[in-house]
Design a protein around this ligand. Sequence first.
Ligand code: HEC
Length: 200
Amino acid sequence: MSKNPLKSGEKVLFVISGVFALLGVIAYVALETIRISSDKPIFSQTTHWNFSEDGKLGSKLYREANCNACHRAMKSGTSMGLSLDGLGSKYSASHIEAFLRDPERFYNGPTLDHGDAPKEAAYAAKLPDESIRLIAIFLSELKADPGSSVAKVPPPGRSEFIDSMVRIWAPEDWKERFSDLRERPPAESTPAESAEGNAR
Ligand code: HEC
């Protein structure tokens, strides 16, 4: 060792990376201390679930089918893929079932992993009918608060921020091609809600 002492540049690099590592640890400990001791949650919870009996069966099948390899739901799974939290606030169970059985037709366009073999999630469409039905019920019970990033429904009431974003970014022809979700009568607000018949 003594024959091979660190060069001064190497020492400087060691000290700098040591300082960064130390700062990381301090920041982590500080954030965790605040999070644990604070009586208000510092990250607001915008997703929630309340499972029916079928939903619970579906949740078990979902885990067994290893969907978490590419998805995230209810705090488990991978963060690399699509999160399925709040999916039930976008689609009804029958919409999700239609996606799982025939994804390209449902999206009306090419898909990446779901679809025919050799796509990696091709097996999802080949699960037994009853499993697909129960998994779709489970996913349709993953709800999100209106206005959260995983909900299709905007926050209740008018938001000046959304109004100005629409004014600035929505191309003119969108105003003819699409209708504003917030101006539609409640009964047809989302496929999920109209399918369930609980208009907000
Ligand atoms: C190999 C990775 C992979 C696996 C495994 C996988 N998925 Fe997916 N999933 C995707 C990708 C990617 C998409 C986006 C659509 C596409 O391009 O295939 C998607 C989309 C979806 C969607 C539609 C979400 C939306 O917002 O439109 C649902 C529902 C879904 N997956 C459910 C499942 C279920 C249930 C399983 C297990 C049976 C599963 N996935 C397994 C990669 C995967």
